[in-house]
Design a protein around this ligand. Structure first.
Ligand SMILES: [Fe+2]
Ligand SMILES: [Fe+2]
Length: 470
C-alpha cells in the first residue's frame, strides 16, 4: 500500500476517508510540532540532514534517503500490510478472527499497553536532545537524528491508535503524551529507564543497544496482538527499530575497537590519558544500561502479563513459531527467584512467568551482541572479555530488587554493596571523564579519538560523506 505524501499527515490508512479522525489528528499535529521544537534535538533544526523516510511498507525498498531539515520530516502513520483473514494466535480467543475494533471489555487494558509503549518514544528523544553538540562525527550525528525522528514517528503510530480507536479517552491520552517530560519531578515519563539521563555518547550507544532492544521485544509481542491495527503498526515500527539497534551495536563495537587500538599502540590497559575509554569502563556502562533495561520487562511473575496474554492483547516473542498450546493452561516455566537470601531456579506457571519469558529472549539477544564485541577484542589479541552481569544485579524491579547482587550473581550485604559498587557501576568521576571526551568533531570523514570510524557509510555513501550540512 503506497503512502500518500500529498496529505498533510502522510499515511497509508486512507485517512482522508475519515474526516473526523483526520481533523482530530490535524489538531494534535501543532502540539506535536511544538513539542519537537521544545524537546527535540537542541540546535541543528535548520540544518539539512541525510535522513531516510518511509515511502512504502513492504519489506524491500520502503525507504528513501535525502536531505531534510528535521522540522520538515514527514512524520506519518504507516501500518504494515494487512494479512488476509488473520486469526488470533494465542490466548482465550485463539483461532478467532483478529479484531479490527477494540472489544469493549479490553479497552482499558489495551489503552494502557498502547500508552505505555507510546510514552517511551518521545521520552527517548527528550533524553537525547543535548547530544548533537558533542557528536563524534557527522556520520554519528546523522544516526542520532535518524533515531530521533523515527522515535517521534513511533509516537505518531501510537497516537493514531489512540485517536482512531479510543474516543475521548484516547485523545486525552494523546495530549498527555506531549505533556509528560523525561526526568521531570512532577510529570515524568511512565517507565524508570526513560527518566534516566543520556548525558554522553557512550550512554547513547548503550541506550540504543540495550534500551531500544527492550523496545524491539515489546513491539514484537504487541505485533502478535489480536487487535490487528496494533499488530500492523508494531510490525512496521520493528523495521525502523532495527536501525536503532544497529547504531548501538556497531557504535559500541567501534568504541571497543578504538580502545583496543590505543591499548596496543601504548601497551597499556589504561587508555584514558590517550583519549580512549578503558574496556573496564565500557563494562561498567554496560552493567548500568543492561540492568535498567532488564527492569523494563517487569516482575518475574505478573498477573497483568498473564491477563494480557489470555485476553489476546500481547503475545510472546515469535508466538506463532512456538510449538505449544498457545494458551499455557498447564505449562511451567523456570524463573530465577530469591528465596531465603539465595538465588534459586523455580518452576512456575508459564502464564504468570511471561515477563521472564520475554526477558530471557532479550538476554539471549544481548548476549549475541556482546559476543560480537568480544570478537573485536580477541582479534586484536587482547585478553579481556565483556560480560552481561547476572540478571539480579542492580535491579529495581522484580525479586532481586529486595537484595544486593554482584555482577557474578552472589547476594551480598548492603555494606558490601556500598564498599564495592564503584567497581561495577560508573562513578561520578568516571562519568565526568567520559563527558570530558565529548568534544564535537564535525569535519566530514573525521572521528573523535575515542571511537573508530564505521566499516561503511549509510546507504552506500562514503564515510566522509556530508551526512549533515552544517
Ligand atoms: Fe521506538
Ligand atoms: Fe528505537
Amino acid at each position: 500500500m503506497a503512502i500518500d505524501y500529498a496529505e498533510r499527515i502522510p499515511n497509508n490508512v486512507n485517512l482522508s476517508e475519515n474526516r473526523r479522525l483526520q481533523r482530530a489528528l490535524e489538531q494534535w499535529q501543532p502540539g506535536f510540532q511544538s513539542w519537537w521544537g521544545e524537546m527535540g534535538p537542541a540546535g541543528f533544526q535548520d540544518k539539512e540532514v541525510y535522513l531516510r523516510t518511509a515511502t512504502s511498507v513492504d519489506a524491500q525498498g520502503w525507504a528513501t534517503f535525502g536531505y531534510v531539515k528535521m522540522p520538515e520530516y514527514r512524520w506519518g502513520i504507516f501500518l504494515a500490510e494487512a494479512e488476509r483473514d488473520r486469526k488470533i494466535a494465542f490466548g482465550e480467543h485463539r483461532g478467532e478472527p483478529a479484531w479490527q475494533e477494540v472489544p469493549g471489555e479490553y479497552r482499558g487494558a489495551l489503552r494502557r499497553l498502547i500508552v505505555t509503549q507510546g510514552d517511551t518514544e518521545p521520552a527517548s528523544v527528550e533524553q537525547q536532545r543535548h547530544l548533537g553538540s558533542t557528536c563524534p562525527s557527522l556520520y554519528d550525528l546523522r544516526n542520532l537524528f535518524q533515531v530521533n525522528v523515527e522515535e517521534a514517528r513511533h509516537l505518531w503510530a501510537m497516537v493514531y491508535l489512540l485517536h482512531a480507536h479510543f474516543g475521548r479517552d484516547g485523545r486525552e491520552e494523546a495530549e498527555a503524551l506531549l505533556q509528560r517530560r523525561s526526568g521531570s519531578a512532577d510529570n515524568p515519563r511512565i517507565l524508570g529507564a526513560f527518566n534516566e539521563q543520556t548525558p554522553d555518547w557512550l550512554s547513547f550507544l548503550m541506550f540504543t543497544f540495550f534500551t531500544d532492544r527492550d523496545g524491539k521485544y515489546q513491539l514484537a509481542s504487541l505485533a502478535e496482538s489480536a487487535f490487528d491495527p496494533l499488530a500492523r503498526t508494531c510490525r512496521f515500527m520493528l523495521t525502523e527499530e532495527a536501525h536503532h539497534m544497529f547504531v548501538g551495536e556497531t557504535g559500541i563495537g567501534r568504541v571497543v575497537q578504538r580502545s583496543c587500538e590505543l591499548m596496543k599502540q601504548h601497551d597499556t590497559d589504561e587508555v584514558g590519558r590517550f583519549g580512549g575509554i578503558d574496556l573496564k569502563l565500557v563494562q561498567k556502562y554496560l552493567n548500568f544500561h543492561y540492568s535498567v533495561s532488564l527492569d523494563l520487562f517487569g516482575a518475574e511473575l505478573s498477573t497483568n502479563a498473564a491477563n494480557y496474554f489470555s485476553m489476546g492483547l500481547k503475545g510472546r516473542f515469535s508466538e506463532e513459531s512456538r510449538e505449544d498450546d498457545h494458551q499455557l493452561k498447564h505449562a511451567l516455566y523456570t524463573i530465577t527467584q530469591v528465596n531465603d537470601q539465595r538465588i534459586v531456579q523455580r518452576e512456575q506457571p508459564a502464564l504468570l512467568a511471561l515477563n521472564e519469558t520475554l526477558r530471557d529472549a532479550y538476554i539471549a539477544d544481548c548476549a549475541r551482541g556482546v559476543a560480537r564485541w568480544n570478537k573485536v577484542i580477541h582479534s586484536a589479541g587482547i585478553d579481556f572479555e565483556l560480560r552481561l552481569p547476572h540478571r539480579g544485579f542492580h535491579r529495581a524491579i522484580g525479586g532481586c530488587a529486595a537484595v544486593k547482587v554482584t555482577p557474578d550473581g552472589r547476594i551480598i550485604t548492603e555494606a558490601e554493596w556500598d564498599a564495592h559498587h564503584a567497581q561495577w557501576l560508573p562513578t561520578a568521576e568516571e562519568r565526568k571523564f567520559v563527558g570530558s571526551l565529548m568534544k564535537p568533531v564535525t569535519a566530514p570523514g573525521q572521528f573523535a579519538g575515542w571511537i573508530a570510524p564505521p566499516a561503511r557509510g549509510i546507504n552506500h555513501q562514503a564515510i566522509d560523506f556530508e551526512y549533515v550540512r552544517l
